[in-house]
Design a binder for this molecule. Sequence first.
Ligand code: DC
Length: 229
Amino acid sequence: MSYPNIVAIDGPAASGKTTIANQLAKKWGHFFFDTGVMYRAVTWLALHNHISTKDEEAVSRLAHEVKIDVLPPSQEDGREYDVLANGIDVTWLIREQRVDKKVSRVSAYPEVRKALTVQQRRIGLRGNVIMVGRDIGTVVLPEADLKIYLDASVEERARRRYKQRIDRGEEANFEKIHKILKKRDRIDSTREVAPLCAADDAVIINTDNLEVSEVLSEIERIARANPED
Ligand code: DC
């Protein structure tokens, strides 16, 4: 079977986008690109440089100046790729809870989005790619050949995020994770620029009661039903 060339996978935080896209990309021989890491890298850099994430102008400047690289993994510590921000390996640092707390605010700034969207679009248009985010099907790559919107209840997503942290040997508090996710949902879906929503031509999959393998099968079924011209 020939696979869709440009694939957009959107959805709320912790809806399983990364896991699904990663496995699909391996199977289809596509390049997996998680755009969330770019917003996270800008957020981490602001915190690292003691720039308040409320300072829209300074954070926007940072987004325009930062050099973010996503490269094949340099270490075998569970990572799928390296994320470098101005040459610093931030692969795990961008997953810290302090970044989770601030990243939605940072990603709501129009200039931050402008700076990062241009880079994402350039990567996406090379094709052979599965790109993951909130606005890939609607804004970054509206011409994508296949658009999937993965959804799940906030309780289920909090459970998954909690398990992820525990499995990585980190401390985790379910209530806290649940609260941060709810707040991020609200900010991500109500912001003025490129809010989280499914594109009109996206296929929506609710993953609440589905195993990863079942979601993968469903996406492959959809891809087969919509072959490329
Ligand atoms: O997918 P994630 O949790 O790593 O994303 C981190 C944040 O980045 C999320 O709260 C919203 C933002 N984001 C976005 O606004 N647009 C994207 N294309 C990807 C992520």
